[in-house]
Design a protein around this ligand. Sequence first.
Ligand code: MG
Length: 260
Amino acid sequence: MKQSNLFLICFLFISTLLSCSETESGPKVIAHRGYWKTEGSAQNSIRSLELANEINAFGSEFDVHLTSDDVLIVFHDKKIDSLHLQKTPYAELKDIALKNGEKIPTLEQYLDRAKSLKNSKLIFELKSHDDPARELEAAKRSVEMINEKGLTKQTEYIAFSLEAAKELHRLSPETPVYYLNGDLSPKELKELGFTGLDYSYNVMSKNPNWFKEAKDLGLKINVWTVNKPERMKEMIEAGADFITTDEPELLQQVIREYHK
Ligand code: MG
């Protein structure tokens, strides 16, 4: 083999090792409501999911409500103007435009796009529903649709409602479920069978011992919504497994710098 070829092979091998160590050094980046803080995007839009995939975010988070006529839709707030999403039929919501001009996506439309985007996990937040029975119905329909679309392995569930989190875990025991509400200790979450805690920066900075407790119990830790570099560094240092952020490219850069 020519010396120049050998040199090239060594170079490629070393670059591959370096690039792997960059992507595999934690924590992993989750784009909060997709990657929306950029041209042509909007929170919870299909475009924000595409963009999270384009930048190779580990996960793209989104929010799901069940309308009064059983349509799962992707949107954050409970209300749009005077319309309460969970008490309104889909026909009255379907033409409302997001900030980038897209219409509010149904979960089905969103997942149909997700099927060909394999870079980012679907971090599926089932929103709390005012009516507990509707919340259980939303959990059932969500899991059914994820399974039907063949996206079970690409999905992780998160919820503020303990009942919703329990139901998602019951219906899809192999799928990771994280609890968001910040009021249960790692030990309590372990007993419920959850994968880990997905708590706010404020909760985690007030309970620094939860990092070690969670690790000792084999639970994963996700912290939200961390947008400032100092806080990103603090959470990397503390040992977060995942960080959820509105600034996914900035976080990727901070993580790369940290591991240099
Ligand atoms: Mg959310």
